[in-house]
Design a protein around this ligand. Sequence first.
Ligand SMILES: C[S@@+](CC[C@H](N)C(=O)[O-])C[C@H]1O[C@@H](n2cnc3c(N)ncnc32)[C@H](O)[C@@H]1O
Length: 231
Amino acid sequence: MMERSLQAELLDELPAVDPRAVGSRRDLRRINALMGNARLMARAVRGAASQAAPRRIVDLGAGDGTFLLGWVRRMPSLASGSEVLLVDRHDAADAGVVTALSARGFRPRSVQADGLEWLREQPTEAGTWVLANLFLHHFTAESLRALFNALAEKAELCCACEPRRGGWSLAASQMLGLIGANAVTRHDAAVSVRAGFQGEELSALWPADPRWRLREYRAGLFSHLFLAQRT
Ligand SMILES: C[S@@+](CC[C@H](N)C(=O)[O-])C[C@H]1O[C@@H](n2cnc3c(N)ncnc32)[C@H](O)[C@@H]1O
């Protein structure tokens, strides 16, 4: 049993234009492809979208936005014209991603802000979905409780894909040099796995409210998926 532990990640500290950060975001695109996170998250929420497509999609800790674009491509039932917000504390959104989202009929906007502070300031808008890929593991249990309280107030659906904490994921994270990952990525990958989740750890932090249906499960080889849906 690996206890959850948090340690600072290098990518969070580096300016977005630093070549080591640029290289690490490029590595993240390959890691997301290996983990299959866009596919896993699309599969998790596809049923909900066919019943009521979101009108506002928020990606917390969006990074360069490549993950979100991959997710959108797997979600044919999304309504064009929806607002898409890429929220990250760094100005890391890729211009090509923003252009590709516009070309698909969405209204993308990149927001540079702290995810929790930004969310707390948002009005409650019907049809808001919040996604988070490789983001929640940055937070302590106490901060996650605060984030989940805000999410339960502002969103109708929340889906997150995080590193699965355990020996198998840790071993895989330590082999990322084999795919040419840089030192920042190799450091952050192991830190992320140790800060990742298992069991029903995230559900336990969601506010107790019978209107929310929660699911949390092992997904793919290395991922842990959390879905909260207002009924
Ligand atoms: C591991 S990266 C994942 C990026 C992206 N979701 C992806 O899949 O490629 C985590 C991202 O969260 C951002 N981040 C970390 N803490 C944050 C916070 N408190 N508020 C907003 N963004 C944050 C970092 O800048 C980074 O871009």
